[in-house]
Design a protein around this ligand. Structure first.
Ligand code: GRF
Length: 233
């Protein structure tokens, strides 16, 4: 992405939309990040994210899967709506549907998803419970490129936090969410300013292959608390 271009970001959601809101706030309040959100699409007519988008003045659209006769018809409508936004990047932020390869193909290498685990551990739902059941001492969130395999695409970036003895699934989710927002902002900033590509299962950044996911927890301690006072994060 060159510096005279503001990256066009489309966001896909199904629910609450806190990652969308945090990203919108970051892009509005940090003009140094050359990116802006061009639209939000929800597959759920009742998603809270739709209200947030309207409140923030972000164009919002519903593509309701249940209103289409087949998954193919739903994905056709989704591809059309996304294409109309002409996005450089598509961010899945709490989008609860697995897309087929046909729906991903037009946007291959430009679609990322945020997932609340340290991938490749704990794909799918109930990640906080899975971390506790496995007795793990670390938890976190990942942003990966989207493929047809659920939470299975190449991982670009992560943020980590320690699991406390006293944690339950609710406290893990609560403590992780602000870190997800941090990861989302930092990753979109990277996509907007650097040459990030994903092809044939490999990620390159400015021409160099990424061998491990970027760890984007700078400024956070091992519990995910800020080491100094956050300013504009
Ligand atoms: C987040 O935990 C994200 O990692 C997962 O779904 C949740 C979405 O939250 N994929 P929100 O809708 O952004 O508040």
């Amino acid at each position: 992405m060159t510096s005279d271009h503001s990256a066009r970001v489309a966001v896909l959601v199904s629910g609450r939309g806190s990652n969308f809101e945090a990203l919108h706030h970051a892009l509005q309040s940090t003009p140094d990040i050359p990116a802006h959100i061009v639209g939000l699409i929800s597959d759920q007519p009742q998603a809270l994210a739709l209200e947030k988008a309207r409140h923030l003045g972000v164009p919002a659209e519903i593509i309701d899967a249940t209103a289409h006769e087949s998954k193919a018809a739903f994905e056709h409508a989704l591809i059309g709506a996304l294409s109309a936004l002409a996005p450089d990047w598509i961010v899945l932020a709490g989008f609860m549907r697995v897309l087929t390869a046909d729906a991903i193909e037009p946007f291959a290498g430009r679609m990322i998803n945020i997932h609340p685990s340290l991938l490749p551990k704990h794909r799918g739902l109930h990640t906080h419970q899975k971390v506790l059941a496995a007795g793990e001492r670390q938890h976190g969130a990942s942003i990966h490129f989207v493929t047809a395999e659920l939470d299975g695409g190449p991982v670009l970036s992560q943020v980590r936090m320690a699991v406390d003895q006293s944690d339950d699934a609710t406290s893990l989710a609560q403590r992780l969410l602000p870190l997800e927002h941090h990861l989302m902002r930092a990753t979109v900033a990277l996509l907007a300013t650097d040459d990030v590509k994903c092809a044939n299962g490999k990620i390159t950044i400015n021409g160099h292959e990424l061998l491990q996911p970027l760890q984007l927890g700078h400024g956070l301690d091992d519990r995910g608390q800020w080491l100094d006072q956050p300013s504009g994060r």
